[in-house]
Design a protein around this ligand. Sequence first.
Ligand SMILES: [Mg+2]
Length: 282
Amino acid sequence: MLLKKIIAKKEGLLIDIEGPLVSRIEGGNVYSDALTLLKEFSDLKIALLTNIARKSSRYISKTLSKYGLNFMSNQVINPTKAAINQVLGKEFSRPVRVYLISEGGHYEDIIIFDWIDIVRNEPIDAILLGANRNITYQELNFAFRCILKGAKLVVLGGDLWTYGSQYRDEGPYLMEGAFAKVLEEAAGVKARYVGKPNREIFIEAINFLNLPKEKILMIGDSVKTDIVGACLIGIDAVLIDRVGNKDVELRELLRDISCKSDIYYTRSLGPSSETRKITYKY
Ligand SMILES: [Mg+2]
């Protein structure tokens, strides 16, 4: 089926940023087929669904505009917003005292909420663990002590590592997921992960679009986060596989989970590109 026919049945899109729209948020390039698609379906409601939280939604929105992609910062749904509205706002009594481990960007998405106090001393209701490449032993150990006393551990994302560059040093970097494992192991607790593929961030995005799930289509390039997440929440999804090496991974993963939504596979986001519906019930 043509991609535009699938989209024409929907009223809203959830689009992952890195992969479908740009190769990388910093120093990457924009994909022209994505620009064409967005132009053709400019009347649809759109939310960008990203696991990037170390940069604020405002920063992401500003950076995307340099690529010719115009989205407001409220259209950028990230793990920080999911943690605030779906976890802290629903399961904690206010004001909520949080200990934030962050490289900086998370602050911007949190400080607009006057019922959240970002503090450095006890008592702490929740540890918000974001990516921080300057994390110290003292920070990690303070978080550990608070968890032992009952603070909840909320992980803003969950990648174990990522490829990046900082101070001109390029290479793999340990991310928040790795430090979450340390705290989980040591304190004997299970952390709450709020990024894709977990439901909190999808609920946050669905609420933002204010549409029934059947009217929403997810477009992503990651089987493990975008496609599995859409399946688990019950949203139809398109896997964009520009390189052409994700077919096997997609079939294998979909065999392992129960998925009631329709999943399509495409090599390009051009509106006239052919998609393949994946049948996973053998
Ligand atoms: Mg991606």
